[in-house]
Design a protein. Structure first.
Length: 268
């Protein structure tokens, strides 16, 4: 893959305006909606079991995020996920906080068992706990680095039969056979609640226009990281609040030319 491949997908997102159905958490709903709108996608948040299947049918991608979960939400996620599977619509799953409590871990694993997930996106601790391995997690944040994220991602992709994204200082993207390391981004992203959740939805927007999930994921990761780098250049010295606002601006302003020039990734 080259930078032209990646930049062309950003153009298609903005031209096609994919509808991304998010069953996400209450902490990040507004930020996720604004981020997708800034990018050029269309967000919708529908949770009721009475309508999730109908909403999936008119969507380009489905994003499931268990940040604030309960039994009813999990039921809606599984119903929506199975509908998406039947229609060939990509399902992007963010197992927020998996490993923090038994209920959260079991529900993440239940969703993975009952829904064919196209892309699993989380930090190393979350992905490890979905896989049944123990890594430290503090609330919804990963603990100290334990082991290789690349090896974990490849193992998860192979055992769970899905594309995996593990985000961290460098992001790992793999389908179990082909693996990429993405170095775009900025540490201030970790000081703004919801940036990981928004990334999951951005991956959903890119997967909504590109069937090759590795290509869609790599394009989304580099785009998102470049937006963070440019936001820091503009407003990072003013703190996380100003960075957050400028980050939304840059999601709208990052161009295909920026990706051509600034994307930093390598195949392992």
């Amino acid at each position: 893959m080259n930078r032209k491949d990646l930049s062309s997908i950003l153009q298609r997102v903005r031209e096609e305006n994919p509808l991304v159905h998010n069953i996400t958490n209450v902490v990040v709903t507004n930020f996720t909606a604004n981020g997708l709108l800034s990018l050029g996608a269309s967000p919708v948040m529908a949770y009721a079991p009475e309508e999730v299947a109908d909403m999936v049918r008119i969507s380009s991608a489905l994003v499931l995020n268990i940040g604030t979960l309960n039994w009813e939400v999990v039921g809606s996620m599984i119903l929506a996920g199975k509908t998406a599977n039947d229609l060939g619509i990509p399902v992007i799953f963010d197992p927020v906080g998996a490993g923090a409590t038994l209920f959260r871990t079991e529900m993440a694993q239940k969703i993975m068992e009952e829904v064919k997930v196209s892309v699993l996106r989380g930090n190393a601790a979350e992905v490890a706990n979905v896989l049944g391995e123990k890594r430290e997690i503090k609330g919804v944040d990963a603990g100290e680095h334990q082991g290789s994220n690349v090896e974990l991602a490849i193992s998860a992709a192979q055992k769970l039969n899905t594309t995996v994204v593990i985000t961290g200082k460098d992001d790992v993207l793999t389908d179990g056979e082909t693996t990429y390391l993405v170095s775009n981004g900025h540490s201030l992203l970790t000081k703004v609640t919801g940036t990981g959740c928004l990334l999951t939805s951005v991956i959903g927007a890119f997967a909504g226009v590109e069937k090759n999930l590795l290509l869609a994921g790599l394009s989304a990761l580099t785009f998102y990281g470049i937006a963070a780098e440019k936001a820091f250049e503009k407003a990072g010295n003013m703190g996380p609040g100003s960075f957050q606002i400028e980050f939304l601006n840059q999601l709208a302003l990052v161009s295909s030319e920026d990706i051509d020039q600034l994307a930093t990734f390598k195949q392992l």
